[in-house]
Design a protein around this ligand. Sequence first.
Ligand code: ZN
Length: 190
Amino acid sequence: MRIPDSDFGRRTDDVNHPSLEIHRYPHPVLARRAEPVESIDDELRGLVTAMIETMYAADGVGLAAPQIGISRRLFVADPRRTEDPEPQVFINPEIRLEGDLVPFEEGCLSIPDVRVTVRRPEVATIVATGLDGERFELTDDDFAARVWQHEFDHLDGVLIVDRMSPRDRLAHRRTLKEMRAAFESGDRGA
Ligand code: ZN
């Protein structure tokens, strides 16, 4: 997830490794329900490191594995808007939602230039496995709850364009059509 017009961004040249390719709408991997992560090994740890760097390089506050073409239930996030990076890793997460639906404008690294108002429950409790293999639980009623829900959606193949209002659908119709055309013609927006 990306916050529109945020001052959260970190500069690309702060990052040491090349970024992973972020797949864009309408790549089919983004619409697929991801499979559970089966083991936490060196390969997964390396992937997580690369995902975190890619998230920061793209000025994102969250990045899910399907966005980099890996259909596994895993995402990274850093919803705190502070100078010191504090990325968190969520493996095989489960989410519980409560409270009123709250509208908020969201962006997505897989759908550049599209910002839509998405209504989501205010409170989220997430249970996930960390890189240490331990299950942990977090609850939030603010921005982190928003980011977790956005990233969790990616694991179920759901994008913000699947949740947008008819008004936003109309507003972004042309942009999305152009993205579909670009994808069809083989320019996948790498
Ligand atoms: Zn997204």
